[in-house]
Design a binder for this molecule. Structure first.
Ligand SMILES: [Zn+2]
Length: 230
């Protein structure tokens, strides 16, 4: 135990010398002070609970934080992020977030947000091995295969990556619409929308891809599900 304490002190000292770490603690203090200056009751109100109307499913890239990009405050956006904003129907993490957001929080907007210059999408367009992540990027390679006819005609690599970023968002939004979570919610209420967005990191601006959906009628094929048997 004594040794543990000694190690704990040593670790604290090491961390205190790590600028990227101490910056976070100082940044938190500054943020709390600024927030309280504007609204002394802010955290007391925040602690009472959340009722966000938006679920943001975005890329884990450090340059696309949901609140900053949308100018929203804590409590306004429920967030799920992963590499290249993939919405895969066997991902229990994403499905759990989606189910909670749609059925408990009753969000009105589910927004899949990609970003130009996405490293995950760019990696998926190569034949290189990156490790475990290759299995995740397979989902994006599948999007490429679906749209190879269009993508193969783009000779500029940057433009090709950015078009795949857009197509990936569209397919992932479509994947969300195929889930029983979204489709059952649509049977119960008409105020739930699924959207596809892109953030242009070079301008900070968001682009709505115009694929918003509010019902399952256009899903077609075998994807539209009948009401669950009671
Ligand atoms: Zn990304």
């Amino acid at each position: 135990m004594k040794n543990d304490n000694k190690n704990g002190e040593k670790l604290k000292l090491q961390l205190a010398q790590t600028e990227s770490y101490t910056k976070l603690i100082a940044g938190n203090r500054a943020w709390v002070d600024q927030t309280l200056e504007k609204d002394p009751e802010f955290f007391k109100t925040l602690a009472k609970g959340q009722s966000p109307e938006v679920l943001w499913i975005g890329c884990a890239d450090s340059r696309v934080p949901a609140n900053e990009v949308t100018g929203t405050l804590p409590g306004e956006v429920f967030v799920h992020r992963n590499i290249a904003n993939v919405c895969n129907h066997t991902d229990m993490n994403m499905l759990s977030v989606l189910d909670y957001a749609v059925n408990v929080l009753k969000v009105k907007h589910v927004i899949v947000t990609g970003h130009y210059g996405c490293g995950g999408v760019a990696a998926a367009l190569t034949n290189k091995q990156f490790g475990l992540i290759d299995n995740w990027l397979r989902h994006i390679k599948d999007v490429y295969r679906l749209h190879s006819h269009e993508l193969d005609r783009i000779t500029n690599q940057e433009q090709k990556v950015n078009r795949l970023v857009e197509l990936n968002v569209i397919e992932q939004a479509y994947n969300l619409c195929k889930t029983t979570i979204i489709q059952n919610a649509w049977k119960e209420r008409d105020d739930l929308y699924v959207h596809g967005w892109i953030v242009d990191i070079s301008t900070g601006l968001v682009k709505d891809l115009g694929v918003s959906a509010n019902d399952s009628h256009k899903l077609g094929y075998v994807y539209e599900v009948a009401p669950a048997a009671v």
